[in-house]
Write a protein of this length. Structure first.
Length: 288
């Protein structure tokens, strides 16, 4: 096993685990912040119904004045003091939660076909750079408001992990997700140790040596081959590489092809002489 590849695999998966943890923290902090914003807006509206002077523009009262330009946010919340401010604040938190869920699914790698088709930059064909940029944008969007400590720590942690993912994306590029995938790790090292295939279903086929130096395999030990070759005794006798062996192989369904000549072009081709033809005829008669 390559030690360097193992360190890269472990390091990338540690960064992925930290990324998932940071996204979960931001998911929880966004829900907490949204609940606090709704409570603050309800309290602000209830206070305005009880005391009508809250909405006055005098500016000398001790209560919150929602029309005064000095009051930019609703007290105790991140909701801006402007028309439909509560709607946009809640919508902002819902969009952050949705993006966090998408990024968590991308880090887990499920469903891979969905991301490869509809969000290619978050799929397996792209690196970690786009993921880091989105994480930095989410962290900056939360850090740009006055939030509680839990949301502050979660957003800063996510922003740091986003910067780290951008750096890893620049180093490993599109192979980052492939390097950290457990499936790719198994495929890369599946041939390190020798593997044995399934044992043959039939009995072993013995190797028969003939007196003439030829070699033939006994296909089966039952009576099927005996009916093809005529008798069991003729099956166990080697046929060699001559004409008889070729006939026996053709009878059993095997085909013999003549190999192509591999001699260089500058070597002259061999010419058949009368002596070679007489010698081949004598060999065929001896084999018969």
């Amino acid at each position: 096993m390559n030690t360097r590849q193992g360190y890269i695999f472990i390091g990338l998966n540690v960064v992925r685990a930290l990324s998932i943890i940071a996204l979960l923290l931001l998911f929880a902090s966004s829900i907490v912040t949204m609940v606090q914003d709704v409570k603050s807006v309800n309290a602000f509206i209830a206070a305005g119904k009880v005391d009508s002077n809250i909405r006055a523009t005098t500016g000398n009262g001790t209560e919150v004045d929602c029309i005064n330009v000095d009051t930019d946010y609703v007290d105790g919340s991140t909701v801006p003091n402007q028309p439909a401010g509560a709607f946009w604040a809640v919508l902002n938190r819902l969009l952050i939660i949705f993006q966090v869920i998408v990024l968590i699914m991308s880090e887990v790698g499920w469903p891979a076909a969905f991301f490869s088709r509809f969000f290619p930059i978050l799929g397996n064909d792209f690196g970690l750079g786009a993921l880091g940029v989105i994480q930095c944008l989410l962290g900056a969007a939360v850090l740009s408001h006055h939030v509680d400590e839990f949301s502050l720590v979660s957003a800063f942690f996510l922003f740091s992990i986003g910067c780290l993912n951008i750096l890893l994306g620049l180093i490993f590029r599109e192979s980052a997700k492939w390097r950290r995938a457990p499936a790719a790790w198994r495929e890369r090292f599946q041939n390190v140790l020798p593997t044995t295939g399934a044992p043959p279903s039939g009995p072993p086929r013995p190797l028969m040596m003939s007196t003439g130096g030829g070699v033939s395999w006994e296909a089966h030990r039952d009576g099927a081959d005996a009916s093809r070759s005529g008798s069991l005794g003729s099956q166990k006798s080697g046929m060699g590489f001559g004409r008889q062996g070729e006939k026996a192989a053709l009878a059993r369904g095997y085909t013999i092809t003549r190999p192509d000549e591999a001699l260089p072009t500058y070597v002259p081709k061999r010419t058949v002489t009368i002596r070679d033809s007489v010698q081949s005829a004598s060999e065929s008669e001896t084999a018969v």
